[in-house]
Design a protein around this ligand. Structure first.
Ligand code: ARG
Length: 578
């Protein structure tokens, strides 16, 4: 179904075309939702720019456009200020639109013109190194973005670019050969927490003892040259880490395919060769570098991208170039999204410059987004850190959210069966963590607080789930099955009812927006406003027992379905009572 915005732009373009006998492209029509509700629903500013090219007074231009406008859709069309056109949609038009929307598979969102192959890379923790809350943030945001594209019917590949290759393994294996040989032999069980502890100890040893350092470096060489014993140890470490990561994904209800850095190893040499044969490589202190225009370091000197170190080793950037290559030419992606903290912005800008320079990335054909996000802060306003930053603590963080939610549920539904309470705790606790993250603009830092994320008022998961539960309650009370409700025609009349209808109809507009800028908080804001608008409607309009009962039930039902769908895109589940 077309969005209201594109529908109105088409109508305006038609009226403008008829008024001045020139074809107008609908996408060029300047039309937006009114900033202030008192002025109307939508505002069109095109009369002003048209007036300039036509050399006519803008108000006159506006008058002539309005004369050509199909007035059946509007209750009021007014000229304001120098020539703005304010449109207030009619309740009949909105009612008809909702009638279509409630039978629409995408609930009023516009189906994409083409199904696209979209890669969403997110989470991407590092084996044996610190797993931090930033990785949880990446997981929550990336999952929501993937869900958004899946909802629209795209072909989505979710990738976990695990940091599973690098010099850390040399240190770690060397350390474990001495202190945990039984684990390396596979005779003793261990967990990710131990690996992280050993990694930290290994790092200390590496910095302290030149003998250890030497052995660790030899171990890296052995691993990279495919030594069987080293490879076996490496695989074991990856397997242990994977179990730890999976615990978090299970709690968060996130599906993702692992394709770590090591996957691209076989490509690295070819990547460097390709840059060399394109004549894009120069040597600097023995390292192979690609120079990129416009990138400077703090001293103002040119900042090249190193793609092979002087010792012959490849690095993070080489792997990312290979990943780009693979995603464009093997996976045939139309769009590539990488969710990683804003601290890596420069890295991704340089990558894009490099793949554009060699001609692999044509921004006309493949769209790339680095979806950056800010820090998670603690209540003290400082960077949030679990003590010693291990996974146990990160899992604690999630289970604590579930515990906090449990206390709320216990208060509200003390007599509910244990099983139901457990389910509710989990939905609410995990939902609260996800929503708190997604509802704040991702590029900014956000403050982690259980107390705030579980509040019943304001823009929280609790508030939205509660609105949904309330709607389910009304439907239960009315006691008619879904098939019947879908048949009830919607006819909105009361002002708060009209406001709700308009907001419902705008769902597609928000989905469009978010698909472009990947700022999920806009969807959260929309849902929050939807819940609030619904509460106002429910305050002002009697549903059950009123002459308008059927239409209002259908309206409540549609609100509920959009809330459910919107929350699902954000990775939240809904419940029937709370
Ligand atoms: N493993 C990296 C980290 O923990 C994130 C990877 C981001 N993705 C990429 N293609 N470089 O910081």
């Amino acid at each position: 179904m077309k969005t209201l915005l594109s529908l109105l732009r088409e109508q305006m373009a038609q009226a403008m075309g008829a008024a001045f006998a020139t074809p107008i492209n609908p996408s060029a029509v300047e039309l937006f939702p009114c900033a202030q509700k008192a002025f109307g629903h939508y505002q069109c500013n095109s009369a002003l720019s048209l007036a300039k090219s036509l050399r006519l007074p803008p108000q006159e231009v506006a008058r002539r456009i309005i004369a050509q406008l199909d007035t059946s859709l509007a209750e009021k069309v007014e000229i304001a200020g120098p020539g703005f056109i304010n449109i207030t949609l009619s309740s009949l038009f909105l009612s008809k639109e909702l009638e279509q929307q409630k039978n629409d598979l995408l609930l009023g969102a516009a189906a994409p013109e083409e199904k696209k192959r979209i890669i969403v890379e997110f989470s991407s923790p590092n084996v044996a190194k610190e797993l931090h809350i930033g990785h949880i943030r990446s997981t929550i945001i990336g999952d929501a973005i993937a869900r958004l594209f899946e909802f629209l019917g795209h072909d989505v590949l979710r990738l976990n670019h695990v940091g599973d290759w690098g010099t850390q393994f040399g240190m770690l294996i060397t350390y474990m050969k001495r202190f945990a040989p039984a684990v390396l032999r596979g005779e003793e069980e261990t967990a990710l927490e131990d690996l992280m502890r050993w990694y930290r100890a290994a790092k200390e040893e590496f910095d302290r003892d030149p003998e250890f350092k030497k052995r660790a470096q030899l171990e890296v060489v052995a691993l990279q040259s495919g030594d069987e014993e080293s490879l076996r140890c490496w695989k074991l470490l990856c397997r242990i880490s994977r179990i730890g990561f999976q615990q978090i994904y299970d709690l968060l209800d996130v599906k993702i395919e692992e394709r770590g850095e090591s996957f691209y190893n076989p490509l690295l040499k070819k990547i460097v060769d390709a840059f060399e044969s394109a004549g894009l490589v120069h040597l600097s202190d023995g390292a192979k570098c690609v120079s990129l225009e416009g990138f400077k370091n703090r001293e103002g000197e040119a900042l090249p991208m190193i793609i092979q170190k002087s010792d012959g080793g490849y690095n993070y950037a080489t792997t990312d170039l290979a990943a780009f290559y693979h995603r464009i030419f093997v996976e045939k992606a139309d769009r590539i999204v990488i969710v990683a903290d804003v601290g890596q912005s420069l890295h991704f800008q340089m990558l894009v410059a490099a793949v554009e320079k060699i001609g692999w990335l044509d921004s006309q054909k493949v769209h790339f987004d680095h979806v950056g996000f800010g820090l998670v802060l603690g209540n003290d306003g400082k960077k949030f850190k679990t003590r010693s930053g291990n996974t146990e603590k990160l899992i604690d963080l999630l289970t604590q959210a579930i515990d906090h939610a449990g206390a709320l549920i216990q208060e509200r539904l003390p007599n509910a069966p244990l099983e139901e309470r457990k389910m509710l705790e989990r939905v609410l606790g995990i939902g609260a963590v996800k929503y708190a993250d997604l509802a704040s603009c991702r590029t900014k830092d956000y403050t982690f607080s259980y107390e705030r994320m579980l509040r019943f008022e304001g823009n929280t998961a609790t508030f939205l789930l509660y609105a949904y539960v309330r709607i389910q309650g009304i439907k239960r009370k009315a006691g008619c099955p879904l098939e019947e409700r879908l048949l009830f025609p919607i006819l909105v009349q009361h002002p708060t009812e009209i406001a709700l209808a308009l907001h419902i109809r705008r769902f597609g507009e928000i989905i469009d927006q978010v698909t472009q800028d990947l700022l999920m908080h806009k969807l959260a804001d929309y849902l929050y406003e939807l819940a609030e608008t619904f509460h106002l409607f429910f305050r002002d309009c009697q549903v059950i027992g009123s002459p308008e009962e059927k239409s209002r039930l259908a309206l409540a039902d549609l609100t509920g379905r959009i809330l459910h769908q919107g929350l699902l895109i954000l990775g939240l589940r809904t419940v029937e009572r709370m």
